[in-house]
Design a protein around this ligand. Structure first.
Ligand code: F0G
Length: 481
């Protein structure tokens, strides 16, 4: 193993860099600060974490907050963190049987000092998700290095778990008895599970008839009080904001900045998987735009702390029927966002008024990424292609491959680039979508116009056959040589 340059095991030792004694058995990472504050993304106002309003909006300008660690930016020279020691420690924890070390979020806790006491952290062993090499899609697109970071392989089947472990732990530490979210399904499934583990009650507001059954079943299973409202996601979130302003309920949508702190950690896992040489390009689906914001923050912090040399390009892909950020960036360079009435079968990203749009716009603009939209047929085909590689994912996750195809066709992605698609949800979350696609009942004629043959080639409908070897073998005759 390559030895870190400054690993000081203590006991009799002092950390040479910081001139401070080290606790026995510890190694000096140079990251002893555990203070955080909240900074308003709009007006820059700073408040203590406990001073945030229940809706997490700034009292001065109404914008959202993000977690800031004041000690980090002031560090100079020897006072900067010790990258070798941190990287060594984070990897080493993967071999530990301690609960927090086994979490792919909390093993990076030096960059997540949001709790007064890490003993309050509540984990379901989220994170540490697989990074798959997409060989077939890479070949089809003429790209050497194409990967999928599969966040659907988290405990409740979506990327939300990395954020939920962080925010539920804060809720618990601050003494809340109830937590709540508005959701297109995955947030509610995740919140309900973590709340149940933490012994908290949970309230879920979801748009009636507009979420996948797999997700609804999870919220019920984990014991949430689930209300299906005659409203879309944006309406559910508006209503919940009023409710938390009236009752002592902790809001767990991604307007809660602690959610995004947990959701930044896949950036650390990705950087680690590439031996801290970040990939060229990260492609993320966009709904309420918390995830792209969080991943941008994760890579930005790694860069600011000197742990990686640069940020990857971060591109965000939306469904064409739910594309307010695409419009905002095209029409006014991301200075204003006009909400849209959202329509897409990728129900997870059926969001017309995304809360974190300013943060996502920053991640795209500062990293030199793109924001574009893809049609219903493009989403369905990309999902089938990922399925055919043995991965599978939710429709909302497949926008990443659909977006990459478009970017490649435009010449925006080079064949030599290393590209990572962030797959956000497990394929079993929305089995109806997959079955409808393969049965040929998902898309209408208008949607498939011009791509009928491509879709036909991807369909694998189940066949009803007689229960005889001859009948079963007959179904293989055009496929077995
Ligand atoms: N992919 C999946 C599978 C999702 O569930 C979501 C969002 C997104 C992508 C978009 O992420 O909102 O951070 O831009 N689902 C939320 C929910 C809104 O309620 O489960 P985002």
């Amino acid at each position: 193993m390559k030895q870190a340059t400054c690993v000081h095991f203590a006991g009799t030792h002092q950390c040479a860099a910081r001139q401070k004694p080290l606790p026995a058995g510890n190694l000096c990472t140079g990251m002893s600060d555990n203070l955080h504050q909240l900074r308003c993304f709009g007006c820059g106002a700073r408040i203590k974490g406990a001073e945030a309003r229940p809706d997490f909006r700034c009292a001065l300008c109404g914008d959202l907050f993000e977690v800031e660690y004041p000690g980090w930016s002031e560090r100079r020279g020897h006072d900067r963190p010790n990258p070798g020691a941190l990287k060594w420690l984070w990897r080493e924890r993967r071999c530990s049987s301690e609960a927090l070390d086994s979490s792919g979020v909390w093993r990076f806790r030096e960059l997540l000092p949001i709790l007064d006491n890490f003993g309050s952290a509540l984990t379901l062993f989220e994170g540490n998700t697989p990074l798959y090499h997409l060989t077939r899609a890479a070949k089809a697109l003429g790209i050497d290095q194409l990967f999928a970071k599969h966040q659907g392989m988290n405990p409740t089947g979506s990327f939300k778990d990395t954020g939920m472990t962080a925010a539920i732990s804060v809720a618990k530490e601050r003494g809340f008895g109830w937590v709540a979210c508005a959701s297109t399904g995955n947030t509610s499934a995740s919140m309900a599970a973590y709340a149940a583990r933490a012994g908290l009650r949970s309230l879920v507001l979801i748009p009636d008839g507009k979420i996948a059954w797999g997700k609804l079943s999870q919220a019920m299973d984990y014991g949430a009080v689930t209300c299906q409202l005659k409203a879309d996601f944006d309406g559910c979130l508006r209503l919940l904001t009023q409710i938390v302003n009236e009752a002592p309920i902790y809001l767990l949508n991604s307007v809660n900045p602690y959610r995004l702190e947990g959701q930044k950690t896949p950036a650390f896992e990705i950087a680690e998987a590439f031996d801290w040489i970040v990939p060229d390009h990260l492609i993320v689906p966009g709904g309420n735009l918390g995830n792209s914001s969080a991943l941008g923050k994760g890579f930005r912090e790694l860069h600011e702390l000197g742990l990686v040399a640069r940020m990857p390009r971060i591109s965000v892909i939306q469904a064409a029927g739910a594309n307010p950020l695409v419009r905002s960036l095209a029409e006014n360079d991301g200075t204003a966002l006009e909400p849209v009435e959202a329509h897409t079968r990728a129900t997870a990203i059926r969001i017309g008024n995304p809360a974190s749009w300013r943060k996502a716009a920053r991640a795209i603009q500062e990293s030199g990424g793109w924001c574009l939209d893809v049609t219903e047929a493009e989403i369905a085909m990309a999902k089938a292609e990922l399925g055919a590689e043995g991965l599978g994912c939710e429709p909302a996750s497949a926008v990443t491959l659909a977006g990459l195809k478009k970017l490649r066709a435009r010449g925006a992605v080079d064949s030599g680039e290393t590209v990572v698609l962030v797959l956000t949800g497990h394929t079993l979350k929305d089995a109806d979508y997959t079955i409808d696609f393969h049965r040929g009942t998902l898309l209408n004629a208008e949607e498939t116009a011009g791509v009928e043959a491509e879709i036909e080639a991807l369909r694998r409908n189940a066949r009803v056959v007689d229960a005889t070897p001859a009948a079963v073998l007959a179904t293989l005759k055009d496929r077995v040589g």
